[in-house]
Write a protein that binds this ligand. Structure first.
Ligand code: NAD
Length: 256
C-alpha cells in the first residue's frame, strides 16, 4: 500500500504511542519512514524503534522551535531526494496541572503553550512539508484529535481548546494545500492508554464511560487508530480531505 512512499512521523515517545502504531502500518506497507523525537530522555527508545523498521533518519525536534523545524525538513529533503508523501502529526502537550483543576484557572502562558505545541505545530510542519510534497506530486497529512475539542470533557480543559484550534486548522490547511494535491485529515480517537493519556486526571473515568455508553461498548487500541490512519494516508482516500474520522467505538454519535 505504501511501496516507494516517503513518510515523516512526529510524536513517537515509546511503543505505546499512537504515532508508533501508525508507523508500523506504514512500514508494513513498504514506506520509508523518518522519525523525530523530543528530548534526550526518549531518544534511545525512539532510535531503537526506528531501527526496527530500517528508518533512514531519526532526528530531534521540539515543535516550538522554528529553526529546528527548518533543520528537520532540510534533513528529510536530503534523506528522501527532496520529496515527501506522508506527514504524521501526533504531538500534543499541556501542563499536568491544567488537566486536573478548572479550565477557568488556566494561566495565559500555559494556555498558549498548549496551543503552540498541540495546534500551531501542525500549521508550521504542514507549511514546511508543502514544497517536498509538491515535488512528490501531492501528499497526505494526518493529525490526532479528540472529542474534547468539540464538547466539554471534564479534565480535558485547555487541551480541548487546543484540539478545537487543531480541528479548524485541518480545514483551513486542507483548503490551502488542496491546490497542490496535499490532503489534510484528522483522526478523533477514543481513550487509548499512552504516555500522554496518563497525565489526564480523569482518564480512567473517560475509559469506563466509553465502555458503558459507546455503541460498541469497548476500548479503542492504538492499532485501531493505526489502521484508520493507514487508510487516510493511502491512495484509497485520494478524495478525502478536511475531515475527521472517528475511531472511538461510536461514542461521538451518542447524546447521552
Ligand atoms: P504519546 O505521549 O505517546 O505522544 C505524544 C507525543 O507528543 C510524544 O512523542 C511527545 O514527545 C510529543 N511532544 C510533546 N511535546 C512536544 C514538543 N514540544 N515537540 C515535539 N514533540 C512533542 O501519547 P499519544 O496518546 O500517542 O498522543 C499522540 C496524539 O494523539 C496527541 O495529539 C494526543 O492528543 C492524541 N490523542 C490521544 C488520545 C489518547 O487517548 N491517547 C486520544 C485522542 C487523541
Amino acid at each position: 500500500m505504501f511501496d516507494g512512499k516517503r513518510a515523516l512521523v512526529l510524536g513517537v515517545a515509546n511503543k505505546r504511542s499512537i504515532a508508533w502504531a501508525i508507523a508500523r502500518q506504514l512500514a508494513d506497507g513498504g514506506a520509508r519512514i523518518a522519525f523525530t523525537f523530543q528530548g534526550e530522555r526518549i531518544e534511545k527508545t525512539v532510535r531503537d524503534l526506528a531501527e526496527s523498521v530500517s528508518s533512514p533518519l531519526v532526528t530531534e525536534l521540539d515543535v516550538r522551535d522554528d529553526a529546528a523545524i527548518e533543520r528537520v525538513f532540510g534533513e528529510v529533503a536530503e534523506a528522501f531526494d527532496g520529496k515527501l508523501d506522508i506527514l504524521v502529526h501526533s504531538v500534543a502537550f499541556a501542563a499536568a496541572e491544567d488537566l486536573e483543576g478548572r479550565f477557568t484557572d488556566t494561566p495565559r502562558d500555559r494556555f498558549w503553550l498548549a496551543l503552540d505545541i498541540s495546534a500551531y505545530s501542525l500549521v508550521a510542519t504542514a507549511r514546511a512539508a508543502e514544497p517536498l510534497m509538491d515535488a512528490a506530486g501531492g501528499g497526505s497529512i494526518v493529525t490526532m484529535t479528540y472529542l474534547g475539542g468539540e464538547r466539554a470533557v471534564p479534565h480535558y480543559n485547555v487541551m480541548g481548546v487546543a484540539k478545537a484550534t487543531l480541528d479548524s486548522s485541518v480545514k483551513y490547511l486542507a483548503w490551502d494545500l488542496g491546490q497542490k494535491n496535499i490532503r489534510v485529515n484528522a483522526i478523533s480517537a477514543g481513550p487509548v492508554r499512552t504516555l500522554a493519556a496518563r497525565s489526564i486526571a480523569g482518564f480512567p473515568t473517560m475509559e469506563s464511560i466509553v465502555e458503558e455508553r459507546a455503541p460498541l461498548h469497548r476500548h479503542v487500541g492504538a492499532d485501531d487508530v493505526g489502521a484508520a490512519a493507514a487508510y487516510l494516508l493511502s491512495d484509497a482516500a485520494r478524495n478525502v480531505t478536511g475531515t475527521t474520522l472517528y475511531v472511538d467505538s461510536g461514542f461521538h454519535a451518542m447524546g447521552m
